[in-house]
Design a protein around this ligand. Structure first.
Ligand code: GDP
Ligand code: MN
Length: 383
């Protein structure tokens, strides 16, 4: 789950990191009177996307009376006029620094990233320190300091090392896959203040956290979903709609990625990506097919590809359930079925027998996923 900036900053504050004073202002509301005493102001739209500064969704001003004008400038650039705004005291930034902790997927550990030039153009910044974080030992400021030597003057490097050393522990406790602070502001009087927060929490760890936390982020995430994506979630699996011409039905993410690539290699594009919720594959074949049928009703969708791969669930039962489902309402576009089954799954019916059974009733079925995709490509005129 991606946290909105205001929720991300609340998380940082809970862990004792400095963030600017701020207050959420919802549509139609006015800022609270006490804000008038702040030295200056920044107002920021609370969206789940970054790059807001460049899109004019972050505005600075001197007097609270300018709030209305700032809001008027931001609103036209928003899809949803009810997007909450975060009003903060302006921090006098002497220097913008980039710091992040993220999961390094290939090394299977956390890594710390620090760049001496943060802010909106961080991608263009050349220098970056990457520090691997050991899983079994605490990260010490000394280790980080050693890696920062060339990028910062030594007094600042020491202060940043102490700051950054706290972040991996926060990421672990909060089950974060990303904790990015950009800019981390260094003020003229030497304070480090997190002026922005981009935080992503691993959804598989949701059960460890308060379900009522981060209500704004949850609401924004639901708003950003399509109707079918929301329906899929209530049916028990995850759907991401993509721009494509083939409705793709798969279960695990690995298989889904492989099929998306294969489809792409054959001149088509998948219009859907499916994954399991909570890591465990619930039995949701007919629910997934139902979503595929809805997708296939769209004129731009030319075919449905259903790849099923069974390890231990019975293939024979899967095929009977599929045939029963197909006997219902007809599909709006041609269906191509791929079948793979391990020993346990194939006890009563092998993948080859399943293909025969399906072909006998006119369903295009394959044991080889490449043959499956090639057949679909021929059918939609891409081969
Ligand atoms: P993003 O563009 O979505 O990452 O939004 P940010 O929250 O990072 O804001 C964009 C830019 O506005 C930052 O990179 C800063 O340069 C600037 N900014 C944000 N907050 C403050 C602040 O309190 N004071 C000052 N001077 N600049 C700020
Ligand atoms: Mn930022």
């Amino acid at each position: 789950m991606r946290l909105a900036e205001c929720d991300g900053k609340a998380l940082l504050r809970r862990h004792g990191l400095a963030v600017p004073r701020g207050v959420l202002v919802h549509a139609g509301e006015s800022p609270p009177d006490e804000a008038a005493a702040w030295p200056g102001f920044v107002v920021k739209a609370q969206l789940l996307e970054g790059g807001r500064g460049k899109r004019g969704l972050v505005r600075a001003f001197k007097s609270l009376s300018e709030f209305r004008d700032a809001r008027r400038l931001i609103l036209p650039a928003l899809e949803d006029a009810n997007t909450p705004l975060l009003l903060e005291e302006a921090v006098p930034i002497a220097r913008e620094i980039f710091v992040a902790v993220r999961v390094d997927g290939s090394a299977q550990r956390l890594e710390l990233l620090l760049a001496p030039e943060g802010g909106e153009n961080v991608e263009a910044a050349g220098k970056l320190a990457r520090i691997a974080i050991a899983a079994d030992a605490p990260t010490t400021p000394e280790q980080i300091f050693a890696a920062l030597g060339k990028l910062f003057a030594s007094d600042l490097a020491a202060r940043l090392a102490r700051y950054a050393a706290r972040l991996p522990q926060i990421a672990r406790q909060e089950d974060l896959t990303l904790l990015e602070i950009n800019p981390l502001a260094l003020t003229a009087d030497g304070k480090l203040i997190a002026c922005d927060a981009k935080i992503v929490r691993d959804e598989a760890a949701d059960f460890r956290h308060d379900p009522d936390d981060f209500a704004i982020s949850r609401r924004l995430a639901v708003q950003a979903m399509t109707e079918l994506e929301r329906e899929a979630q209530t049916l028990g699996f995850q759907l991401v709609e993509t721009d494509g011409d083939v409705a793709l039905v798969t279960s695990g993410a690995g298989l889904g990625m492989m099929m998306m690539d294969l489809i792409g290699d054959h001149g088509m594009r998948a219009a859907s990506f499916m994954d399991n919720l909570r890591g465990a594959p619930d039995e949701t074949m007919t629910e997934r097919l139902k979503i595929a049928r809805a997708l296939a009703a769209r004129p731009n969708i030319k075919a449905i590809i259903f790849q099923t791969t069974l390890a231990s669930r019975s293939l024979a039962e899967r095929i009977e359930a599929l045939l029963a489902w197909l006997a219902g309402e007809p599909l709006p576009k041609p269906l191509f079925v791929g079948i793979a089954a391990g020993h346990a799954a194939a006890r009563k019916m092998s993948a080859e027998q399943a293909v025969e059974r399906l072909r006998a009733v006119g369903v295009s079925a394959f044991t080889d996923p490449v043959a499956l995709v090639k057949a679909a490509a021929r059918a939609v005129g891409r081969a």
